[in-house]
Design a protein around this ligand. Structure first.
Ligand SMILES: Nc1ncnc2c1ncn2[C@@H]1O[C@H](COP(=O)(O)OP(=O)(O)O)[C@@H](O)[C@H]1O
Ligand SMILES: [Mg+2]
Length: 397
């Protein structure tokens, strides 16, 4: 069977056609989008761990805003930015990009014309680079600047949905928190109608950081939490994705892929993709799924584990211990039980290793099973550790 393109998208946001689950969150965000469209400014915090699907949710949200609610959807990636000026620049630039094929594009951008360039193949992207002085003024007067844009599009669009994706560095100091609070206050006091929904996305830790800087800020946000998908949702996703490629999946293969996905979108995409490429006859059987899980475990280890953990897992100091934990491929273990299987030397470094694995998010406390109980945060990590430990075992013996 000749294969050209995998339906899976590891490493990039999923398209609306293969978007899995999140029905309740989509219903909720739809309500807020509609309220914003009627003139009430809304603020949303999209919260979830890395890889859970924040960026994917954000892009589906923007698409819905555009297709169903007559609002402009603007997805702004904040990666690498840490200054309000840069944030402002990117927001305005992405608004321009979102509307550049509309007949009224020139009308809304005329005052910025000197700072706008068409870049890329056939001038398909707008790049916006005002002088830094103007930019810092725009950042300070963000509510007015955005308000003016909203006024200019009011005849054609209901408003705008802006996602500030991955607030990361902005949560580290109080500058952003204060700025955001003042934007919201300014809008509330000076604009009778302000049809804009602004959503931030970040991990729970980032939200806590923001709250520490500006406790009153949290009250302005509606919280949308993204958690693991259910096994049914993952099953449905695999069915649709392989279906798209005209492939069928046996029950055992499905169970295996679903189990190792652990409800995590990032894992399900990696496993699906590796399995897709392992198969050779268009029928996904248990052997294909096994090969897919193994291959994806190696990819996941290299791509998602922090380099320091990656090194730990290969260090001679730890590798015999890792073999002992990973050998059983149990997804949960207790400190006591592992200790009982370790040599004296291994015992001395085990707590250190455990601490490092916890810090890196590889294992977490399993509170339901009491003190001293731990579990891997997903089912793929122990597979990866097992593969690594087999290799180091083989290399060292
Ligand atoms: N609802 C979903 N359905 C299918 N795949 C998803 C879904 N959400 C995320 N993914 C996939 O999971 C991976 C991580 O998603 P992403 O949106 O980048 O997460 P985050 O922004 O939270 O780190 C990507 O490969 C993406 O395609
Ligand atoms: Mg993201």
């Amino acid at each position: 069977m000749q294969k050209d393109m995998s339906p899976f998208t590891p490493g990039s946001p999923v398209g609306i056609d293969l978007f899995a689950g999140r029905e309740q969150q989509l219903m909720e965000i739809t309500r807020y989008i509609r309220q914003a469209g009627s003139g009430r400014q809304e603020n949303v915090f999209l919260i979830g761990d890395r890889g859970i699907g924040k960026s994917s949710f954000a892009s589906v949200m923007c698409e819905l805003a555009d297709r169903r609610h007559g609002m402009i959807g603007v997805h702004v990636h904040l990666g690498g930015a840490a200054a309000l000026e840069e944030l402002t620049r990117r927001v305005l630039q992405e608004v321009m990009n979102a509307v550049q094929d509309r007949p009224w594009y020139a009308r809304i951008t005329e005052r910025y014309t000197p700072y706008i360039q068409q870049v890329g193949l056939m001038g398909i992207k707008v790049s916006f680079h005002p002088p830094s002085q103007d930019l810092s003024q725009m950042a300070q007067q963000f509510p007015q600047v955005l308000g003016e844009l909203l006024a200019r599009i009011a005849n054609d669009q209901k408003g705008v949905v802006i996602v500030l994706d991955d607030i990361n560095g902005f949560a580290e100091t109080n500058t952003f928190a204060r700025w955001y609070k003042s934007v919201v206050d300014e809008v509330a006091t000076h604009f009778p109608a302000y049809p804009a929904l602004i959503a931030l996305s970040g991990t729970p830790e980032r939200r806590d950081q923001l709250a520490r800087h500006e406790p009153s800020l949290l009250r302005v946000f509606r919280l949308i939490e993204l958690e693991r998908l259910s096994d049914d949702e993952v099953t449905d996703f695999f069915q649709r994705a392989f279906g798209q490629a005209d492939m069928s999946v046996s029950d055992e293969a499905m169970n295996m892929m679903v189990h190792f996905s652990s409800g995590l979108p990032v894992m399900m995409q990696e496993i699906g993709d590796a399995t897709f490429w392992s198969d050779s006859d268009g029928i996904i059987g248990l052997d294909d799924a096994q090969a897919g899980v193994t291959d994806s475990a190696i990819t996941v280890g290299r791509k998602y584990l922090e380099p320091s953990v990656f090194r730990d897992l290969r260090s001679p100091r730890y590798h015999t211990i890792i073999r002992k934990i990973a050998d059983s491929i149990a997804s949960t273990f207790t400190r006591k039980e592992v200790m009982s299987r370790l040599t004296h030397d291994e015992q001395r470094v085990f707590d250190n290793l455990l601490r490092r694995l916890r810090k890196a998010g590889v294992v977490e406390q399993d509170r339901e099973r009491g003190r001293g109980a731990y579990r891997f945060t997903n089912q793929i990590y122990p597979v990866y550790m097992w593969i690594e430990s087999q290799q180091s075992h083989w290399l060292n013996n």
